[in-house]
Write a protein that binds this ligand. Structure first.
Ligand SMILES: Nc1ncnc2c1ncn2[C@@H]1O[C@H](COP(=O)(O)OP(=O)(O)OP(=O)(O)O)[C@@H](O)[C@H]1O
Length: 243
């Protein structure tokens, strides 16, 4: 992927090739500017690569998007302040003309799943940042996506909330069994969540390593003190090139 700006060109991604298995949880990890967001946006059909291809179970990203295969969660929750929590979650279903009873049923189920069963009639501005991000996750899941794309969803949150949401996300993933591609610049977050970590390095953005995370599941907070957890963090840190 090359970006052309006046008089110059940025190579955002250079010869990146990777494969993600169905139901796998992978992270795209790297420092600012290594092309993580660009790669996620190309996968999601939000932008076109200069060259190369992406296939989603044999289909193009556009076909996958049109057949509602993606749920996307961004760094900031982008909720509608004038709609209740529940009405934010049902919005994509309204756009798909799903009947009201079914919309409500799915929203109630998702509110329970993200631990906000008692907050359905609140407005986003009445919730903490962590709760707002849980609403955004529930909304992304409303269309029952096969692939959940998450772009640094917890990076604006404090460390305590972030670690708790990491664990909650894994519990949700276990239930929904979607494939997850998770963008982060936090090495511990990538290790805690993932089956595999794709390590990207900048200038030009490239894939410098793929690291398997053999920690058992379910993953618990106490694993963060495990020597194996620290070993994996060190291994990944050593794999960055030119940072
Ligand atoms: N629309 C654009 N026009 C020109 N250059 C761009 C554009 N979007 C991104 N870039 C450049 O492409 C490179 C990769 O950007 P990208 O946002 O994908 O990186 P990132 O790893 O997600 O960074 P961050 O963690 O800061 O979000 C950077 O050098 C960036 O400046």
């Amino acid at each position: 992927m090359r970006y052309r700006t006046e008089g110059s060109e940025v190579v955002a991604l250079h010869q990146v090739s990777l494969e993600v298995g169905a139901g796998e949880f992978v992270s795209l990890l790297g420092p600012s500017g290594c092309g993580k967001t660009t790669l996620l946006r190309i996968m999601a059909d939000l932008q076109q690569p200069t060259s190369g291809v992406v296939k989603i179970a044999g289909k193009s990203p556009k076909e996958a998007r049109l057949s509602q295969k993606y749920g996307i969660v961004f760094q900031s929750p982008v909720l509608y302040d004038w709609r209740t929590v529940k009405a934010n979650i049902t919005l994509p279903l309204e756009m798909m003309s799903i009947p009201k009873a079914e919309r409500n049923r799915r929203a109630d189920e998702l509110l329970e799943l993200v631990g906000l069963g008692n907050f359905s009639d609140r407005y986003p501005w009445q919730l903490s940042g962590g709760m707002q991000q849980r609403v955004a996750i529930a909304r992304a899941l409303a269309i029952r996506p096969e692939i959940l794309l998450m772009d640094e969803p917890f990076s604006a949150l404090d460390e305590f909330t972030r670690e708790r949401l990491n664990e909650e996300l894994l519990a949700i993933w276990k239930q929904i069994q979607s494939t997850v591609v998770f963008v982060t610049h936090s090495i511990p977050e990538a290790v805690f969540l993932s089956d595999r970590v794709f390590v990207l390095s900048p200038h030009p953005g490239r894939l410098s390593a793929v690291v398997d995370i053999p920690l058992p599941r379910p993953r618990t907070q106490s694993m963060r003190n495990d020597p194996e957890f620290f070993r994996l963090i060190t291994e990944i840190r050593d794999r960055f090139e030119g940072v």
